[in-house]
Structures are given as C-alpha cells and as structure tokens.
Design a protein around this ligand. Structure first.
Ligand code: PGA
Length: 255
C-alpha cells in the first residue's frame, strides 16, 4: 500500500453466492466489524438480484455495494444482460469487469472487456478491471508481457481523466479459488509492472495514483504481508469475502 499516493480498496467478490436474505444477514454481521476502519474503501460486489437488499442493509455504513459485471450496450436486444445505466439508476457505483471466470466460462475477450469498461466509465461508474496470467504463462516467464498486453487492450480509449475511476485488480488465474497465493514479492512485482504500463500510457502521475489490487486466495492469514508491499493497494477477495470474520481481518490488515 502507499496511502500517501492512492486509496487502498478492499473489495469482496461474492460471485454466485448469497440470496437477498443471506446478503442482508451477511452485511448486518460485517457492518459493525468494519465500522470506523477509515484507511481503506470497502466494497462488496454482489449478484444483481442481491444488490438491493445488501444496499439497504449497508445504509449509513461505509460499505459500498457493487456489481459483478455490466454490458457494453446502452440498451437493446441482449437477453440476460444489464446496462450501466440500469446499475447507476440503482445507485451502484462500482462494477467488476473482466474477471477471469467471465473470460474463462463466458467467452469474454479483451475486446468485450474494453467495451464494457468504456460503457461503465461513460455512465460515471468506477471499474474494478481484472486481469492476470494463467499458470502456463507464469511458468513460461511471460507474465509481464501478458499483463502488459491486457492492460493496454482493456484500457484502449480510456482517458487519463477516466483513470481516476479505474481500479485494476491483478489476479493471477492460477491463484483464484485454488488456495494458492502469489508470494508478496510476485504480487508486488507484477502490480509494479502494471503500474509501469500505466506510466507509459498515461504518465507517472496517473500511474502513481491508480489503485492496483491483488486478488487470488487473499485471506485473513496472508493479507498483511501482501498489503505491506508498496505496489499492492488492496485486495479483490472471493472466498474470504463470504465469511465476516475473515473479511474483517483483511480490512484490519489494511489499517
Ligand atoms: P478467491 O477469489 O479469493 O476465492 O481466490 C478472488 C477472485 O476471484 O476475485
């Protein structure tokens, strides 16, 4: 973390978990645990149908409720999709885009990720843009090239001004939901490489002020070590964001 230069953001990604009632109960439980923890922003990204109940329960707290995806078109014949305008109309500010599960199971490409990112930004939302290498790429020593290419393609056409509303989540695919975590050194190195690409694209001021999270089996045990690294500005947390005590411990590590 480098709080002097950029916000630390601890975000949960609930994925396909929690009914509206379960989401409400979870927020009720976690709310007092993270009260007053002002050194980081706290977000839970929720399935569309649970957003309203989670928001309702989060009222008056510092917890924001985000979405897990958004479509790139303003409206039209896209069965099953949700637009940025619909999300903002529901008071949703944050949205995850490009998660590796979307890329892996739902055919998302850098092109669609870029289109979704631009649509969300145009609607005034804050994007949590996910990218990261798969295991074979890490083993072949091309992680830097992979994240650099993703960063450039996913942010094509995004202005320096809009970058104020972009958070990048570096998520090595081999670490997501596997219990394998990047070492703090690996996380710091790759987040640093992404920052170098941002400097190339937008200059050092934007690069230094952009929040770059680490995600991939971040938990209550490894969070402090990961967040101690200067280039790791928070976390995008899956499994541990479903357990209030674990999530609290990660927020504590960010204080
Ligand atoms: P995980 O998920 O913490 O369960 O590995 C992270 C993510 O997918 O964002």
């Amino acid at each position: 973390m480098n709080p002097a230069k950029r916000r630390t953001v601890i975000a949960g990604n609930w994925k396909m978990n929690f009914t509206p009632d379960e989401a409400r109960a979870f927020i009720r439980e976690v709310k007092p645990l993270v009260a007053g923890k002002d050194k980081c922003d706290i977000v839970f990204c929720a399935p569309y149908v649970t957003i309203a109940s989670a928001q309702d329960e989060a009222k008056g707290s510092k917890i924001s409720i985000g979405a897990e995806n958004v479509h790139f078109a303003e409206k039209g014949a896209y069965t099953g999709e949700v637009s940025a305008k619909m999300l903002t109309a529901c008071g949703v500010k944050y949205v995850i885009i490009g998660h590796s599960e979307r890329r892996q199971y739902f055919g998302e490409t850098d092109e669609t990720v870029n289109a979704r990112t631009k649509a969300a930004l145009a609607a005034g939302m804050t994007v949590i843009l996910c990218l990261g290498e798969v295991k074979e790429q890490r083993l072949s020593g091309i992680t830097k090239e992979v994240v650099s290419m993703q960063t450039k393609l996913d942010l094509a056409g995004v202005s320096a001004e809009e970058m104020k509303r972009v958070i990048i989540a570096y998520e090595p695919v081999w670490a997501i939901g596997t219990g394998l975590t990047a070492t703090p050194e690996q996380a710091d190195e790759t987040c640093g490489q992404i920052r170098e690409v941002l400097a190339e694209l937008y200059g050092t001021e934007v690069a230094e002020s952009t929040t770059i999270q680490y995600g991939g089996s971040m938990n209550e045990k490894n969070a402090a070590e990961l967040l101690a690294k200067p280039n790791v500005d928070g976390g995008l947390i899956g499994g541990a964001s479903l357990v209030a005590e674990k999530f609290k411990a990660i927020v504590d590590a960010a204080q």
